[in-house]
Structures are given as structure tokens and as C-alpha cells.
Design a protein around this ligand. Structure first.
Ligand code: SF4
Ligand code: SF4
Length: 490
């Protein structure tokens, strides 16, 4: 049996998962309108390549990746594009995003699909195919997978499939593993092929026994030498650095990437979508979404990208005392001010909130320096100091105390006896630092331009003066020569 390691801190949370695992994944219906954002991934927004009035087929490319870190966007079904413009989306900024409105024709008519034999293609060709298939990390970060697969000269010894799903309430990966383990394992073999990893470890928290059995059966059936490892259910064991630590004992240093220690990791749902993209030629058009919390029947749905979230949650019958929505888990999720937003590639879960499920937090009290936050911090930070620096706007000190190593897991806030919303302070400090850096960059560019202009003016002045001096000198020389000639001719 494999030796497991520990990461610092972490907390035990009530998981609330059984609520949504009582029935199989349901297919969400095709609603009358889909809103498909062109920015559903980390990096640059995809460039629209369709126009209002265009008829599109299911799987047709509608947004071209634009820039090195970007990803493609596709029509989730066949129908007509009726608008391209700004629409509310689920995002921390609260700003609307460029979206295509697609009115389905109900035909679900596919475009030409081109499955490939991945063994016959180079890693670079496969990366390009995945980029054009819109494959991004489905664990929540939505980082384009082709970028994570471009490892350059680095050697990846270990490929990790992240199936920890450590946040309470979320069960989309659990259900996907129970029902589609064979495809996930095939996707893992494709990922292993691309990065040429020596070993594949599949880390699943031990509160998902059915998924562990299903994945072990699928691995055995495939004949692959992958190891399915049951890891302790300690939050945030699903964060990349913490999972790498538990499975391999390796520490990813601050500011470094997993590939710097010979490891790369992908979420299980990403592995599934890689399989669909290469073996069936299907771009990423849908995902599994857990709808849970204050509902009549919590469930997992396979929903098309662009599905109206308000209509999706109603399939589970929201209870009358509901008072809000969270996209993601209760620890790191995004509270939604408006449920009239589309399902996107990052939508792993929607929790319908109520006072009973999430009672309002008591008022925050002063920090009593109890250090409980320090004990649970998986990034081994000093959360109480970071809080103080953020509060007093001493951002330089916050950075010096490794603010950017904070993964915003919320473990510190969860245990704080003074009920201080610590993570909110860290997010505030990070966004202030980012906007100051942006301002500084803009000011630096403006200063450089100004200096360049001054330099150019000075240079032109000098050149002009030199020309005038040369001309005067030449005139003087001519005058002297004329005078000399006149003297000689006398
Ligand atoms: S847990 Fe709360 S009260 Fe205790 S040291 Fe940390 S911030 Fe202060
Ligand atoms: S939110 Fe940040 S500071 Fe708090 S426990 Fe998590 S990593 Fe540590």
C-alpha cells in the first residue's frame, strides 16, 4: 500500500454530500435559449467568429482562442445566433461579459466530428487539438489544459488525477467517477501519453467509496498501471499543492509550479473531456453540475454550457425560504447576486442557500491572537498578521508575508473564534496590489514615453543646432575663400 504524507493544517468539515448522490446524473433539458460567454477560461477572451443571424451546428466553433493563454468556445447545440453582446455572468468582478445568445432549433444537429488516434499524433498536435476543443480545467480554475500540457524541457514523472472534491456539498466528480470511470481512465492514459509521465496517481477522498471502487475497476479493466489512492477527507486536500504533498511527499515551493517538482495534475472531469475530445472529436459543450442545498431534490445534472442557471436550479425545486445562491462550494464558492446567469465551464455546483443552512455570521470581534488560524492554514502562513496588514493597508508587508501563497481556502475564517471574515481581507489586499501594479505599469509606460519624447526633442534641437553651425561654418569658409580669391586677383 502506498505511503501517504500530510500537509500542514486543514480542517474536518461536515460534507453534506449524500444529499445529492441519491440518484444518477440527470440530463438537463434543452432550454429555449442558451447564453454562451466568450470568456470561460483563464487568459484572453475568445474572439467571436459568428454573426447575428448565423445558423450554427452543435459543436461548431464560435469563439477562436485569442492569445497564448486562451481557449476555444463552441455552440452547445444547433440553432441561430440572435445576439452577441454583454450579458451578466458569474464572475468575482460582477461585470457583464461578451456572450452569444443561441436559440436552439431542437435538432441537436452535430457539425463534422473528427476523432483521432492519439498514438499517431505528436504531443504538440494533441495540445493544439485540445486548445481548439475548448478543454480547460473543470475543477474550478478553468486554466486551458493545453498550456498545462506544454511542459517544454521539464520532465513530468508523476501525473495526478485530482478526484479529491474536498469542498462540502459538491458531488459532480463523485458521480462522474461512479458512472463514467472507464472514459476518465482512458482520458488519463491520453494525458499520460502527452506528458510522457512514468506514473499516474488518482487521488480520491475516502468519503467517496463508490467512486473509489468504480475507478479501481476501470483501471483494472484498462490494464493500466495507474494507482487509485484513497486519501483522508481533510479540507482543503483537493488543492493542487496539498494533494501533491499527500500523494508524493513533494513540496511545491512558493512561486513555483508543480512541473518544477516533476508533477502535473488534472481534474477527473477534465480527463473525461479530454477523452471525449480525442476519441469522439467532441469539444467541451456540457458539464456535470451539482444542484443542492435548500431544494426539494438535490441532484447532479449534465447541462449544456450556456444553460440558464435559474431554469436549471428549478429542476430541483427551490424551497420557499431560500435566500441566495452560491456557485461552487460554501468555502471557496462565489455568491451570486443574480441567478440569471449561464452555466459555464467553471460551474461545478450551485448551492441554494437559506438562513437555516448558512445562518448569518455573528458580528466580527477583535483578534485575540489565539493562533487557531495559524494551526489550520495549509499554506503555513500567518493569517492573523496578513489580516492586520490588509486591514491597515500595509500591502508591502502583506506581500512580504507571502499573501500570494494564500489559496483563499477559508480554513482560517472557519475556525476564527472572533468570526473575522479573514479571506475577504486577503482578497481585498490582493486586488488592491493588482490594481496598484497595473497603475504603476501604466505610469511607467507613460513616463518612458515622456522621457523618450523629451530625448527626441533634445536630439532634434541638437541636430538642428549642429546643422546651423555647419552651414554657418561653410558660409564663413566660402566667404573667406572668396576674399582670398579677390586678394589674389588684385
Ligand atoms: S483565529 Fe481569529 S482571533 Fe485567533 S489569531 Fe486568528 S484571526 Fe485572531
Ligand atoms: S485562506 Fe489563506 S491564510 Fe487562510 S487558511 Fe487558507 S491559505 Fe491560509
Amino acid at each position: 500500500m502506498m505511503k501517504l504524507h500530510h500537509f500542514h493544517g486543514g480542517i474536518h468539515l461536515p460534507d453534506h454530500k449524500s444529499q445529492s448522490t441519491q440518484s444518477v446524473i440527470a440530463q438537463a433539458p434543452l432550454f429555449s435559449q442558451l447564453i454562451i460567454p466568450f470568456h470561460q477560461h483563464a487568459g484572453e477572451t475568445a474572439k467571436p467568429i459568428v454573426q447575428v443571424g448565423d445558423h450554427v451546428l452543435k459543436g461548431q466553433l464560435i469563439g477562436m482562442p485569442d492569445g497564448f493563454i486562451s481557449s476555444a468556445v463552441h455552440a452547445s447545440t444547433s440553432g441561430t445566433i440572435t445576439a452577441i453582446g454583454l450579458h451578466p455572468v458569474a464572475h468575482h468582478s460582477g461585470l457583464p461579459n461578451l456572450c452569444a445568445t443561441l436559440i436552439p432549433d431542437g435538432q441537436e444537429q452535430w457539425c463534422q466530428r473528427e476523432p483521432v488516434d492519439y498514438h499517431s499524433l505528436s504531443p504538440e498536435e494533441l495540445q493544439q487539438l485540445l486548445r481548439m476543443a475548448g478543454i480547460v480545467g473543470l475543477g474550478g480554475a478553468t486554466f486551458p489544459s493545453d498550456i498545462k500540457l506544454r511542459i517544454g524541457k521539464q520532465k513530468v514523472n508523476t501525473l495526478i488525477l485530482n478526484a479529491a472534491e474536498c469542498e462540502p456539498y459538491i458531488t459532480c466528480d463523485d458521480m462522474l467517477m461512479r458512472e463514467r470511470a472507464v472514459e476518465i481512465v482512458q482520458g488519463a492514459e491520453m494525458l499520460r501519453f502527452i506528458v510522457d509521465a512514468e506514473q499516474v496517481l488518482i487521488g480520491i477522498e475516502d468519503n467517496k467509496p463508490e467512486a473509489i471502487v468504480a475507478m479501481r475497476q476501470a483501471v483494472a479493466k484498462s490494464g493500466a498501471s495507474f494507482e487509485v489512492v484513497a486519501i483522508p477527507s481533510i479540507y482543503p486536500g483537493g488543492s493542487a499543492k496539498q494533494l501533491i504533498r499527500v500523494l508524493t511527499g513533494l513540496e511545491v515551493p512558493s512561486g513555483k509550479l508543480p512541473t518544477d517538482v516533476g508533477v502535473q495534475s488534472f481534474n477527473v472531469a477534465t480527463s473525461y473531456s479530454v477523452y471525449r475530445a480525442l476519441a469522439h472529436g467532441e469539444p467541451l459543450l456540457s458539464r456535470i453540475v451539482t444542484v443542492t442545498g435548500n431544494v426539494q431534490q438535490a441532484k447532479n445534472y449534465e447541462a449544456l454550457i450556456g444553460t440558464p442557471m435559474n431554469e436549471l436550479v428549478e429542476l430541483s425545486e427551490t424551497l420557499p425560504d431560500s435566500n441566495g445562491y452560491i456557485m461552487g462550494g460554501p468555502m471557496m464558492g462565489l455568491p451570486l447576486p443574480d441567478i440569471h446567469v449561464p452555466v459555464v465551464k467553471a460551474t461545478n455546483c450551485v448551492i441554494i442557500a437559506s438562513k437555516k443552512i448558512f445562518p448569518p455570521p455573528p458580528p466580527a470581534l477583535p483578534c485575540i491572537r489565539c493562533t487557531r488560524c495559524v494551526e489550520v492554514c495549509p499554506a503555513e502562513l500567518q493569517p492573523q498578521d496578513l489580516y492586520w496588514f490588509a486591514k491597515s493597508r500595509d500591502f508591502g508587508k502583506a506581500q512580504a508575508f507571502s499573501l500570494f501563497d494564500c489559496i483563499e481556502c477559508g480554513a482560517c475564517s472557519y475556525v476564527c473564534p472572533s468570526h473575522i471574515p479573514l479571506v475577504q481581507y486577503y482578497r481585498f489586499a490582493k486586488s488592491e496590489i493588482h490594481s496598484r501594479e497595473k497603475e504603476k505599469k501604466a505610469a511607467d509606460i507613460a513616463r518612458e514615453r515622456h522621457e523618450f519624447r523629451q530625448h527626441r526633442i533634445e536630439r532634434e534641437k541638437l541636430e538642428k543646432a549642429e546643422k546651423l553651425a555647419a552651414r554657418a561654418k561653410a558660409a564663413q569658409a566660402l566667404k573667406s575663400a572668396k576674399a582670398d580669391n579677390a586678394e589674389l586677383n588684385k
